[in-house]
Design a protein around this ligand. Sequence first.
Ligand SMILES: *[C@@H]1O[C@H](CO)[C@@H](O)[C@H](O)[C@H]1NC(C)=O
Ligand SMILES: *[C@@H]1O[C@H](CO)[C@@H](O)[C@H](O)[C@H]1NC(C)=O
Ligand SMILES: *[C@@H]1O[C@H](CO)[C@@H](O)[C@H](O)[C@H]1NC(C)=O
Ligand SMILES: *[C@@H]1O[C@H](CO)[C@@H](O)[C@H](O)[C@H]1NC(C)=O
Ligand SMILES: *[C@@H]1O[C@H](CO)[C@@H](O)[C@H](O)[C@H]1NC(C)=O
Ligand SMILES: *[C@@H]1O[C@H](CO)[C@@H](O)[C@H](O)[C@H]1NC(C)=O
Ligand SMILES: *[C@@H]1O[C@H](CO)[C@@H](O)[C@H](O)[C@H]1NC(C)=O
Ligand SMILES: *[C@@H]1O[C@H](CO)[C@@H](O)[C@H](O)[C@H]1NC(C)=O
Ligand SMILES: *[C@@H]1O[C@H](CO)[C@@H](O)[C@H](O)[C@H]1NC(C)=O
Ligand SMILES: *[C@@H]1O[C@H](CO)[C@@H](O)[C@H](O)[C@H]1NC(C)=O
Ligand SMILES: *[C@@H]1O[C@H](CO)[C@@H](O)[C@H](O)[C@H]1NC(C)=O
Ligand SMILES: *[C@@H]1O[C@H](CO)[C@@H](O)[C@H](O)[C@H]1NC(C)=O
Ligand SMILES: [Cu+2]
Length: 590
Amino acid sequence: MKSSIRAWVFLTLLFFQLASAELVYFSICLTWAKREVAGFTRDVILVNDQYPGPPLDLVQGDEVIFDVQNDCPFNVTVHFHGIEQRNTPWSDGVPGLSQRPIDEGDSFRYRWTAHQYGAYFYHAHHRGQLEDGLYGPIYIKPSNSEERPFSLITNNSSELQAMLVAEEDTSPVLLSDWRLLASEQIWAAEEASGADSYCANALLINGKGSVNCFTAAELDALTTANQRYVLGNQSLTDIGCFPPDNVPTQGNYTHDLSKLLPTMFYGCTPSQSPHEVFTVNKNDQYVSWDLTSAAGILDLIFSVDEHDMYVYAVDGRYIQPVSVNAINLPSATRYSVLVPLNKTPGKYTIRMVSGTAQQTINTTATMQYEGRSQLNRPSNPWITVSGLNATADTVFLDDSTIVPFPLIAPASTADETFKLYIDHYNASYLWTLGNSSFNLELEESQPLLFNQTAIPSDLIIRTKNGTWVDLVIQVGTPLQPSHPIHKHSNKHFVIGQGNGTFTWDTVAEAILETPSSFNLVNPPIRDTSGTPLNIISTWMVLRYQVVNPGAFLLHCHIQVHQSGGMALAILDGVDAWPTVPAAYLHDSGF
Ligand SMILES: *[C@@H]1O[C@H](CO)[C@@H](O)[C@H](O)[C@H]1NC(C)=O
Ligand SMILES: *[C@@H]1O[C@H](CO)[C@@H](O)[C@H](O)[C@H]1NC(C)=O
Ligand SMILES: *[C@@H]1O[C@H](CO)[C@@H](O)[C@H](O)[C@H]1NC(C)=O
Ligand SMILES: *[C@@H]1O[C@H](CO)[C@@H](O)[C@H](O)[C@H]1NC(C)=O
Ligand SMILES: *[C@@H]1O[C@H](CO)[C@@H](O)[C@H](O)[C@H]1NC(C)=O
Ligand SMILES: *[C@@H]1O[C@H](CO)[C@@H](O)[C@H](O)[C@H]1NC(C)=O
Ligand SMILES: *[C@@H]1O[C@H](CO)[C@@H](O)[C@H](O)[C@H]1NC(C)=O
Ligand SMILES: *[C@@H]1O[C@H](CO)[C@@H](O)[C@H](O)[C@H]1NC(C)=O
Ligand SMILES: *[C@@H]1O[C@H](CO)[C@@H](O)[C@H](O)[C@H]1NC(C)=O
Ligand SMILES: *[C@@H]1O[C@H](CO)[C@@H](O)[C@H](O)[C@H]1NC(C)=O
Ligand SMILES: *[C@@H]1O[C@H](CO)[C@@H](O)[C@H](O)[C@H]1NC(C)=O
Ligand SMILES: *[C@@H]1O[C@H](CO)[C@@H](O)[C@H](O)[C@H]1NC(C)=O
Ligand SMILES: [Cu+2]
C-alpha cells in the first residue's frame, strides 16, 4: 500500500518536474564553535550551527544562489565539488584562482546552474578548513530526459518501479575521517616537525562515530602483509598508524619529531558516542544511498553486512550498474548504490574501515529493517577491520572497470600532453604536482581568473578551448598512498594506468608499446581519480576536452597534501577567456 502511494507521488513529482527549473536560494552562516564530535569536544566550523552541513537539494536545470556569511575568526571559501561551473568560473570557490578569500564578518554570493545531475558536495577550499568540518551534501535530481540504467539490472516491472522510487527517495550518506586537532594546529606542527601528518583519530558516518583503541597485540594481529612490507621492523602506533619516522612513507628527510602534537601519530583515548542508524522498509525492496566521502586523509571502505549493493552512479554520473559487497571511496568521490532489502528483517552492521595502508581504523553504523527483528544473531561481515575480504565470496568494486551509462567515449587522440610529477618536495610534508610546489600562501594572491600572471608560471598550464588534453600523472617515489586527483570544472576520462615510469612523449606512442594499459572505448568518467598503488612507482592518464574557459585547480584531495603544494592551476581555454563580472572582480558577487 505504502509503495503504491509513493509510486503515485513519484509520478506526480515527475510531472511537475517537467517545467520546474527554478532559482533556488540557499544561505549558510559559518561559525567557529565548540562541538562534541566522536566523543571529544573541539572547535568545529559549523554550517548553520550544524556539523556536518545541511543538504542542498536541487533539480537538474535549477540555478542556485548560494550565500555564505563568514562569522568565523578567519577567512574562508566554499567550493562545490564536481560542479562544472559552466560559464560561472568565478563561483568555483578557490582562493588564488577564482576569488579572494571571504574576510571575517563578510559575505559572498556564489551563483551557478545545475547543468549536471547526481551526487556532489560543498566544502571549504581555504587552507586546511575542510578538515575542520565545513562540508555538506548536494543532490541534483536528474531530469526525465536522463535515461536511467536500471533496466541493465532487471526488466521485471515491479522491481524497476521499486528502483525508481528508491532513487527518487535517495539520501546522502556522508563518510568522513576526523581529527582531534584543528587544521591549523596540524599545519603548524607539520611545518615545525617536517613530518607529513597522515593519521586520523576517528571515522564518521553522517558525522557520528567513536574512537576505538586496539591493544598492541590486536594491532599486531591486524597488520596486513602489505603494511608489514612498508613497516619493516616497526609496528603500528596505538592509533593504528604508520609511525612518523617510517622512511618509505615520510621520504628520506630530516624531522624534529619532538614538535609533533599528541594524537597526531600517538595517543589513543577511547570514546562512546552515538552511531548512525538507517531504518529501512523491506516492502520498499531497495534503498538508495549517495555514499559521499568528505574524508581529508584516508580512503574509506564501505560495506553492509550480508547485503549486496548495485553501484549505479559514480561521481554523480550513471554507470552500467555492478553488484558488489564493498566499495573503496577515495577522498571526495561519490558512489550511488541501491541496496536490495531482501534479507531476514533485523539489524545489520554497516562497516567502514580505512582503505589506506598507512592506518588501521574503523567505525560502524546499523541498517535496521522496520518491524520486529527475526534475526537472532550478529550479522556477518564481508570485510575485515584491515580492509581485506572476510569471506571467499566478497566482491570489491574495481574502479578501473566502471563503464559510463549511456556510453560516451573520449577523442581517440589528444591535442596536448602535460606530464605532471608527484613527489615530496624538500620535506616530507611538501609536495609537487608538476615541477614545483603550490605554496599555501598563494591562496592569498590575486586570483588567476583576474590576472593570469599573479602566481609563478611553473605552477600553471594553459589550454585552448575545444582541445583535448592528456594529463599524465606520474607518481615518483614508490610506496606513496593513492593520491585522489581532483580536477575542477568538467569531468575527465581515466584512459590509462601503469607501473613504473611513463617514458613516452604521448599516449599515442605509449599505446603502440603497451596497448593493454589503455582503454579508449569505455573508460570511467570521473571528477576525482586515485593514482594506482604498487610497491614501485605508477602512472595514470586523465583525458578531457576543454569546454569551459576559466582558472581551475588540479590537486590531490588529501588535505595535507594539497596544503603541502600538490596542486597545479589549469587555465582552460585561454583563447576564449571570460570577462569577469564587475560584482566578482571588485567585490563579493552581490
Ligand atoms: C582575508 O581576506 C581578505 C580579503 O581577501 C584579505 O584582505 C585579508 O588579508 C585576509 N586575511 C588574512 C588574515 O589572511
Ligand atoms: C532488459 O531489456 C533490454 C531491452 O530488451 C535488454 O537490453 C536488457 O539486457 C534487459 N535487461 C536484463 C537484465 O535482462
Ligand atoms: C517481479 O518481481 C516481483 C518482486 O520481486 C516478483 O514478485 C514477481 O514474481 C516478478 N515477476 C516476474 C514476472 O518475474
Ligand atoms: C630496526 O629499526 C631500527 C630503527 O629504525 C634500525 O636502527 C634497525 O637497524 C632496524 N633493525 C633491523 C633488523 O632492520
Ligand atoms: C637519505 O639521504 C641521505 C642524505 O641525502 C643519504 O646519505 C642516505 O643514503 C639516504 N638514505 C636512504 C635510505 O635513502
Ligand atoms: C571496529 O571493529 C571492531 C572489531 O569488529 C569493533 O569491536 C569496534 O567496535 C569497531 N569500532 C567502532 C568505532 O565501531
Ligand atoms: C579472501 O580472498 C582470497 C582470494 O580470493 C582467498 O584466498 C581468501 O581465502 C579469502 N579470505 C577469506 C577469509 O575467505
Ligand atoms: C628543493 O629541492 C630541489 C632539488 O630537489 C632544489 O632544486 C630546490 O632549490 C629546492 N627548493 C627549495 C625551496 O628549497
Ligand atoms: C598581475 O600580477 C602580477 C604578479 O603579481 C603583477 O606584477 C601585476 O601588476 C598584476 N597585474 C594587474 C593588472 O594587477
Ligand atoms: C616542467 O618542466 C618541463 C621540463 O623543463 C617543462 O617542459 C614543463 O613545461 C614544465 N611544467 C610546468 C607546469 O611548468
Ligand atoms: C568552448 O568550447 C566548447 C566546446 O567546443 C564550446 O561549446 C564553447 O562554446 C566554447 N566556449 C567559448 C567561450 O568559446
Ligand atoms: C601493476 O602491477 C600490479 C602488481 O604487480 C598488477 O596487479 C597490475 O596489473 C599492474 N598494472 C598494469 C597496468 O600493468
Ligand atoms: Cu595526495
